[in-house]
Design a protein around this ligand. Sequence first.
Ligand SMILES: [Zn+2]
Ligand SMILES: [Zn+2]
Ligand SMILES: [Zn+2]
Ligand SMILES: [Zn+2]
Length: 390
Amino acid sequence: MPFRAAVLGCLQLVVAGSLASQAAPATTCRSCGNHGVVDCGKHKKAALEQERSVAFCSHAESCKSCEGALRADCKQCSNETAEAELRRRVETVRAWRDGLRKSVDAHSKVEPMLHLQTAHLDLSFGIAKITVGKAKIDTHEGMHLYGDRIEALRKLYIETLEVDEKEFSARLRVYMCRDSRQANDLGPRVTGLGGNFAVGTKLMGIDAVYCMWQEPRGLPDDEALHRNIAHNLVHLLTSNLEPAGYFGNPANGWVDEGLAHWFEDKIGGKCTNYCFEEVLTQQGQTFKAGKWRPAVRAMLDAKELQSLAAIAPKNTDQLTFPEHAQSFAMVDCLIAKHGGDKLKQFLRQLKSKVEMRDAMQAVYGFGPLTFDTEFQAWVAANYSPLDSAR
Ligand SMILES: [Zn+2]
Ligand SMILES: [Zn+2]
Ligand SMILES: [Zn+2]
Ligand SMILES: [Zn+2]
């Protein structure tokens, strides 16, 4: 009897044990669905989605409840794995934020900036208010908007020129400052270049850094700001494109500027940003209101277009207004007629210091003289002298 009882007792233990091991998953925690964590209650649903579409946001990090993890421990159940994961996330967000306190906040004496990290971009943002269409948005919303726009621009660049991700080596680092004081405090620190610049300064090549402020005459509204960011970030992308290195000096400024204008026009319908010295003292000046297709058509009709051989030796910062417009049109022609992939191959040859005429021959199979004829015929066929919306 004692023996039999012992066997039964054991059996009961086994049964009880197996029941216990099944009991946990059989009960679902109503609060968290057994994830062990719940959404942080301090953020609206749309805000949670926005924050989860980026890697880090300093505004989310400032939430006292979740410290940027966007989740909280479920009080109704216990899940050690999820809790450990949550702690790790809080620590990762904190380490990211602490790094920016040293590298950026310490050098921007005005208002502290907000910070965002997305897949390919580190953005620090101080612009107080932006009006997009009729909506007025604050610094935090503005930062997410520009984070999305810069990622979209990079994607468009990749698609247009058929770039492989491996051909870029740097993340984009962009500082959109509240005012000139903030930009002048920060610019020299983050680019290593001298301060006292009108709108922005860039560090290009292996690094891809742009620090700017919204100078009110040159960049009076959100559309102008967006075009400025597009123009300058295309310079960063082009210079970082393999082989990484500063491009457009010496020579070949027409490709460097032409491509930056091409994307500026693509996203904003006009070209209003120039990288040349005089612009530092001539903010807000535009050429033909930025509508360059009809302007170039008028130059063709007036026989004012220059030969490629005449423009090609100029550096990016040596082009005149009409030369900027012609450079845009020449790049427009090369992309329209021969595709973005060929333009990228041409760029890579020029960046490898191959002579322009040899690079053109190798990639396109013709030289500058043939290009002049082809370009002028293309302008005649594709650009109207009337200002079209296109
Ligand atoms: Zn729970
Ligand atoms: Zn955010
Ligand atoms: Zn929170
Ligand atoms: Zn430029």
